[in-house]
Design a protein around this ligand. Structure first.
Ligand SMILES: Nc1ncnc2c1ncn2[C@@H]1O[C@H](COP(=O)(O)OP(=O)(O)OP(=O)(O)O)[C@@H](O)[C@H]1O
Length: 354
């Protein structure tokens, strides 16, 4: 099952607020360094107050020092939902003891139950384990140091580089098959599968960038670099194979596939829109992707060429004279296009065979 996107967004927004370098994170880090603990409710809804017992009311602006000093007291803290003020301290929280929790220790059991019962996220600092955790929508998310996140991110970057390499290999193969008019649904599914695997890794890396806060700038640049050309590829593939064999080819539904199903070419083919067809069914490319590689050939001409000749095969088969039947194509442009097509076919072969 793909994770719930609403939960993911909410969790990410809180991870961003608690990212290294933010004032909130600074407060929790100070508590950690002081080897004390904390239980902080990140919102002041009526339901939160109903579950508060004892402690005292206050209304002070949030500062890392204030959080550190107030957490020295026994009990927990309540912050406003905007996370800019501290409104209660030394509070004993009394959530429903029937709510199931796998946490051990009263602080973390309380944190888990409070977040489940009120829907308000809760942050804890464990005195005994020296960890900071975020409880949100029934899950516990440990907050990692920048070094820990970077270790995972670097592994993901390496995998992404390998996947990119593989994607360009399968796309080069697709290009060669398109020139020979030998493409099957399986060949296209393979490219779609690789594309989606990369998208998932990019998303994972994007999450690390958010989690890293100010420490994520370099990773963000790297992520943009590694993503170059991928959106264009998606767009061109969709233009090429949309409405082929009665299928509405699009990559978007692949986000819904589980990792196991994404590895199955038939599931991928079904996902991108070929709902009934056999994997060996032949399909032909319109040619947008390959024609876009011809130097200085404006997009408007590519569309006209494809419209006029029907598909890539048709364009490849056209003589210089036939090319001139296309609106706006005179003798010299026809010659440039013809030469471009020849060079394209040559490069496709040499790239694929090399
Ligand atoms: N219901 C509660 N409301 C407010 N604070 C609580 C509550 N339960 C525990 N705490 C706070 O947690 C502190 C530590 O409790 P305990 O050692 O049982 O928890 P723990 O989960 O093992 O925590 P740690 O990992 O920090 O050792 C208490 O002294 C108190 O400040």
């Amino acid at each position: 099952m793909a994770p719930d996107p609403a939960h993911r967004d909410r969790e990410l927004s809180y991870l961003a607020l608690l990212a290294p370098g933010t004032p909130l994170r600074d407060g929790f880090e100070r508590i950690l360094r002081g080897r004390t603990g904390a239980l902080v409710i990140l919102g002041d809804t009526a339901q939160v107050f109903e579950l508060c017992s004892g402690g005292f009311e206050l209304d002070v602006p949030y500062t890392p020092t204030a959080l550190r000093e107030l957490s020295k007291m026994d009990g927990g803290i309540v912050m406003t939902s905007a996370l800019d003020r501290i409104v209660r301290a030394g509070v004993q929280f009394v959530p429903d003891p029937q709510l199931e929790t796998v946490e051990t220790g009263t602080r973390h059991r309380t944190a888990d139950r409070m977040s489940r019962q009120t829907g308000v996220p809760v942050a804890t600092v464990s005195a005994s384990m020296s960890t900071i955790a975020l409880f949100i929508d029934g899950t516990r998310r440990p907050l990692q140091t920048s070094e820990q996140i970077m270790t995972r991110a670097n592994q993901a970057v390496q995998t992404l580089e390998r996947y990119r390499e593989r994607l360009w290999q399968v796309t080069a193969r697709l290009s060669a098959l398109e020139v020979e008019d030998q493409v099957t649904i399986k060949d296209l599914a393979l490219v779609a599968q690789r594309w989606e695997m990369i998208r998932r890794l990019q998303q994972e890396l994007g999450d690390y960038v958010i989690e890293l806060g100010t420490d994520g700038r370099l990773l963000n640049l790297q992520l943009h670099e590694l993503g170059a050309g991928l959106d264009d590829l998606r767009e061109l593939l969709e233009l090429d194979y949309h409405d082929n064999e009665g299928a509405t080819f699009t990559l978007a539904p692949l986000t819904e596939l589980s990792t196991a199903r994404l590895l199955e070419p038939l599931d991928v083919a079904r996902g991108v829109g070929f709902v009934n067809q056999h994997l060996d069914t032949r399909i032909s490319a319109r040619g947008f992707r390959q024609l876009a590689q011809i130097n200085r050939l404006p997009a408007a001409y590519i569309s006209r060429l494809v419209d006029h000749f029907g598909n890539l095969q048709g364009v490849f088969g056209a003589t210089t004279t036939e090319l001139q039947e296309v609106e706006g194509v005179g003798e010299s442009r026809a010659r440039i296009i013809r030469e471009g097509l020849t060079r394209l076919a040559e490069s496709v072969y040499s790239e694929h065979l090399g």
